[in-house]
Design a protein around this ligand. Structure first.
Ligand code: MG
Length: 374
């Protein structure tokens, strides 16, 4: 491993774990975090949670699991190039969506509405709650007992009212300071991953077309470059060659702009990173092209009528599940009934948020379909 930059997170500067543990053998602290995330129950559930397309709609679409693996790959590559802590970057990337509900953003919106009067629901906070409280893997503590720095990276956004409750971890949202560069990168690696794989999945599904994408500067430019190198290339290879160049261009742009920002802000230490303006960023040349791509995906893919039919159904399923359990918490499985004694809405939200798409569909059927007895 090449030497880390002076502003990288290292074990020496880590704020450690909430519960003291002996140092790991044969691996570092952030590798241990990464390993705990991969072995968690919530991580395996990502396989059956929607990114954009519901899992059963096709075998080749991204799920939250393959999305998270792509984010980790991109994040690690960039972290290594910038001399940052690759293990930490990977751990944050793999954990970044652990708190996502079934059915993608429609599920999150539905649960947020259900929980509005009960302390709210937000998937970043739920990711943190998953690794801090909900995982039941260790004898000595609840959750995964991850390092402070991994937890900091997982908490990407946080409303000020919530931040005040989170103590040290929430302070940056009140003070307007930044997280580590590894955390900043994970955030943008997420954007690189979904903007590109949603183009791929959108084309595969037939909901968007190459002709439509041709109107986007970034796609048209990369496609032109592919066609110059490979005249006559068509079909899947043309699409993949174009998308891989887009991923590469975004990653290189992020690396170059971040380097420039580090120099301009005279960043030397991790404390400098936290005090400086956000350092991981797109260049001024790329930012508008990315915005154009995002708007295109929003208008043409995420709001496509066939996707909206799915999200509408998903919203109804989650809302009805929530309301049924709130009306009678005795319908919850025993371990959640115990939690419900303290805070019924939170216990129901934890249960519903943890569901995979197909589990939610089955549970809804078990509760609502006449003729289903178990
Ligand atoms: Mg994500």
């Amino acid at each position: 491993m090449t030497a880390l930059a002076t502003y990288a997170v290292t074990e020496a500067v880590s704020r450690g774990r909430a519960h003291a543990e002996p140092a790991p053998t044969a691996r570092g602290e952030f590798q241990r975090d990464r390993d705990r995330i991969v072995h968690s129950t919530a991580f395996r559930r990502l396989e059956y949670k929607t990114q954009v397309f519901v899992n059963h709609e096709g075998d080749l679409f991204r799920t939250r699991l393959t999305h998270s693996i792509e984010v980790a790959q991109i994040c690690r590559s960039i972290a290594r190039e910038l001399g940052l802590n690759e293990d930490l970057a990977e751990a944050i990337a793999l954990a970044h969506d652990l708190g996502h509900t079934p059915f993608g953003h429609a599920g999150q919106d539905a649960l947020a509405k259900c929980m509005a009067a009960h302390g709210g629901f937000e998937h970043n906070l739920q990711s943190l709650r998953t690794v801090d409280v909900l995982e039941e893997h260790y004898a000595a503590f609840d959750g995964l007992n991850l390092t402070w720095e991994t937890r900091e990276g997982i908490l990407k956004h946080c409303a000020k009212a919530k931040a005040a409750e989170l103590g040290d971890l929430g302070r940056r949202f009140l003070e307007g300071t930044q997280p580590s560069l590894e955390a900043q990168l994970a955030n943008l690696a997420d954007e690189i991953a979904y903007n590109n794989h949603d183009v791929d999945d959108g084309l595969r599904s037939g909901l968007i077309t190459l002709e439509q994408l041709q109107e986007l500067e970034i796609f048209a430019g990369m496609r032109r470059a592919v066609e110059l190198d490979w005249p006559g290339l068509a079909g899947r290879r043309l699409i993949h060659e174009t998308i891989r160049r887009m991923i590469n261009a975004m990653a290189l742009d992020l690396i170059a702009q971040t380097r420039t920002n580090l120099v301009h802000s005279r960043v030397v230490t991790l404390d400098d990173v936290r005090a400086a303006p956000r350092l991981a960023a797109w260049s001024e040349a790329l930012a508008p092209k990315l915005r154009e791509l995002k708007l295109f995906l929003r208008d043409n893919l995420y709001r496509h009528y066939q996707v909206l039919r799915m999200t509408d159904k998903a919203r109804r399923i989650l809302t009805e599940l929530f309301e049924a359990f709130i009306a009678d918490p005795r319908l919850l499985p025993p371990q959640y009934q115990k939690r419900a004694l303290e805070d019924a809405p939170r216990a129901v939200a934890d249960y519903v948020a943890g569901m995979t798409d197909r589990y939610a569909i089955r549970e809804h059927r078990r509760l609502f379909a006449v003729g289903e007895i178990h």
